[in-house]
Ligand binder design. Sequence first.
Ligand SMILES: [Zn+2]
Length: 207
Amino acid sequence: MPVTLRTSVPIPLTDQAIATHFVSFSGFSDGKEHIAIIYGAPEEQDTPLVRIHSECLTGDVFGSQRCDCGEQLQEAQRLMAVQGGVVLYLRQEGRGIGLYNKLDAYDLQDQGMDTYQANEQLGFDHDQRNFAPAVEMLVALGLKRIRLLSNNPHKADELLAAGIEISERVDTGVYVNQHNAGYLKAKVDQQAHRIKLPISAKSVDSQ
Ligand SMILES: [Zn+2]
């Protein structure tokens, strides 16, 4: 059964004049409640901007400085307020291990592990995220050709493999601080994320 559109509800967002709709779906392969936030009318654009964002309660809602999720989401919202687009918000907290396990992983990181080692220490793959629901939403929305806002090459690879055409990869900004520098460095060193870290940030992790 293909994923189908369930409900599209207008929800105005703070500081954004552009029309925004929250869209729900039926039939996700993983049974979770993922959501698309539609800015303007991307279906009328040749190559709408798309951000695939995995839920991060601590960063998205509370502004945690241990990661860069909140800043990346805000950046996507700023861009889409101007040019339209879609945020595909995936309900897979902590790279798919859940909120409590993520907090356990933070605890391990404070004892010296990096973000991937910590997940493995807890018995998980280093990254359990599943991007199939993002593809399912794009197909249900009729968006087969997009510009992808991401610095994660693995997301682009998964979309391409699923038949989504990516006309352009738009890197997200660099949001480094003293608390997340090691986390960002691990993303660059181990998973080839395209984050241009300043020299000062690269040295933080080796201290
Ligand atoms: Zn985060």
